[in-house]
Design a protein around this ligand. Structure first.
Ligand code: NAP
Length: 466
């Protein structure tokens, strides 16, 4: 895949970039290694000051950064501005909370005595340079949610960003440099995915995190496993959106539209499978389909646009194939199901709702990475939960109900990294984020995220004697 900025709204190649040579990669690995040796010794207060400065700079740059994201991957400008603001918030959150999150832990006195210690504690230490392999869909946010905790923990970062967002990748390196982080603390590697293995196998790289597709995750995890290096994987999702009889149907339908088409439908935590109890199915379907039809598809820089283009020609082709496969096997098209008319340039796809889904259809199991919803009718809560779990993925889930027992059942039985009731899934700095099953493992954000790349060191003090 070439390293290039190609505008998804027009298909025009704006700028191409050469991949780093192996000598240039080596120089950056050496710089990361050297930076880590001293950066790990800095105080939380110093790191927080630098991260706050990065937040200030990003706040000032927000409009430029947002336009760059829209140009490179096609999200609407308003969504890009919101993404920049969310990154500012996360940088400040980790600057404020990291020290407390990584404070020494004191085991219970009985356990200390049982171990024969006079005292004991768990101390969180950094582990070294961490490679972050990141996707294009939230090109600032995915990186910031890795970088903020990593830098606050005393690690240093190496970013291999997706090949279609090189300008955003270079902007991030520049942001942390301007904020005052020492040389080598956060570097962007403009490389293709074929160069990732060599970096993972380099002894100076301690661990890796990948957000992206399952094949990419499997590759990074298996190479890292071979090297016995820790990984965190944030992979795909096909989140269920369950609507039960006690739900507020108007709100459930309105939120369903946003939950499906956010980021032009290209979000791992977008609701993708809409599972609706038969008692409210018709009411929900009619409102949902009407609202999906009303969406404005068009130029992502236009404030009136709800849904911009998909990020690449290949992305649209993959989505079209998924829809065509379902329609060929009997799915009903309630709206969309095609490219929008009179939009010859750019990689647009009409907001789509499909019903009568069966398990022979690929879309029943594969992730639909674009504005395409599948609608299912169920007769009971048990059936809804069973269908919610009938997927290889387990990232998040959404359930609309006012019934406490149904809530308890969903928390107990839905196989996912999160359950959001009466709202849509979103990530927040203070709440852990991650999946189960083929959606990956490990957690980002909150205390769970910052501790993933720390060495939880047991410190045991015996009696010093007399
Ligand atoms: P992708 O093709 O896997 O790309 C993601 C990153 O991995 C890119 O930097 C890519 O580099 C790199 N990559 C691809 N193949 C690789 C390999 N064999 N070895 C090492 N690196 C490799 O994913 P995508 O299609 O761009 O992104 C969409 C996917 O990400 C969806 O499945 C979505 O659900 C998932 N996602 C998950 C989360 C989450 O938090 N769980 C968040 C956002 C997105 P190149 O660009 O150079 O190929």
């Amino acid at each position: 895949m070439p390293i290039a900025t190609v505008n998804p709204a027009t298909g025009e190649t704006i700028k191409t970039f050469d991949a780093l040579t192996s000598e240039e990669v080596e120089r950056r690995l050496a710089a990361a290694d050297a930076a880590y040796r001293t950066y790990r010794l800095t105080s939380f207060a110093d790191r927080a000051r630098l991260l706050e400065r990065a937040a200030d700079l990003l706040e000032q740059d927000a409009d430029t950064a947002a336009r760059m994201m829209t140009l490179e991957m096609g999200k609407t400008l308003k969504a890009a501005r919101a993404e920049a603001a969310k990154c500012v918030k996360a940088l400040r959150w980790y600057a404020a909370h990291a020290e407390a999150l990584l404070a020494d832990e004191e085991p219970a006195q009985a356990d200390v005595e049982d171990s024969g210690a006079s005292r004991a504690r768990v101390h969180y230490r950094p582990i070294g340079p961490v490679l972050a392999v990141m996707p294009w869909n939230f090109p600032l946010w995915q990186v910031v949610r890795f970088a903020a905790p990593a830098l606050m923990a005393g690690n240093v970062g190496l970013l291999k960003h997706a090949s279609n967002v090189p300008q955003t990748a270079l902007y991030l390196e520049d942001l942390f440099r301007r904020a005052g982080f020492p040389e080598g603390c956060f570097q962007t590697l403009l490389i293709g995915s074929g160069a990732v293995e060599g970096i993972l196998r380099d002894a100076r790289v301690a661990a890796a995190t990948l957000t992206g597709s399952e094949p990419a995750g499997r590759s990074v995890a298996s190479i890292s496993g071979d090297e016995v290096k820790k990984t965190v994987l944030e992979l795909g999702g096909s989140d269920p959106y369950v609507v039960l009889p006690s739900a507020d149907i108007d709100r459930a339908a309105t939120t369903a539209v946003t939950a499906r088409v956010q980021n032009n439908g290209q979000s791992c935590i977008a609701a993708k499978r809409f599972i609706v109890h038969t008692d409210v199915y018709d009411a929900f379907r009619d409102r949902f389909v009407a609202a999906m039809r009303e969406l404005t598809v068009g130029d992502p820089t236009d404030d009136d646009t709800d849904v911009g283009p998909l990020s690449s020609e290949q992305g649209r082709k993959d989505l079209e194939e998924l829809v065509d496969d379902a329609v060929g096997k009997g799915a009903a098209v309630l709206c969309g199901g095609r490219r929008p008319e009179q939009m010859d340039h750019g990689w647009y796809y009409a907001p789509t709702v499909l019903a009568d889904i069966t398990d022979e259809m690929r879309i029943h199991r594969d992730e639909a990475f674009g504005p395409v919803a599948t609608l299912y009718r169920v007769e009971s809560v048990d059936e809804a939960v069973e269908l919610a779990n009938d997927t290889p993925f387990g990232l998040s889930s959404n359930v609309w109900t006012r019934d406490d027992e149904e809530m308890a059942q969903c928390v107990r039985d839905i196989q996912a990294g999160a359950v959001y009731f009466n709202g849509m899934t979103a990530s927040h700095p203070g709440l852990p984020f991650g999946g189960v099953k083929r959606s990956g493992y490990g957690r980002e954000l909150a205390g769970h995220g910052i501790r993933e790349f720390c060495n939880a060191t047991t410190v045991w003090y015996g009696s010093p004697g007399t």
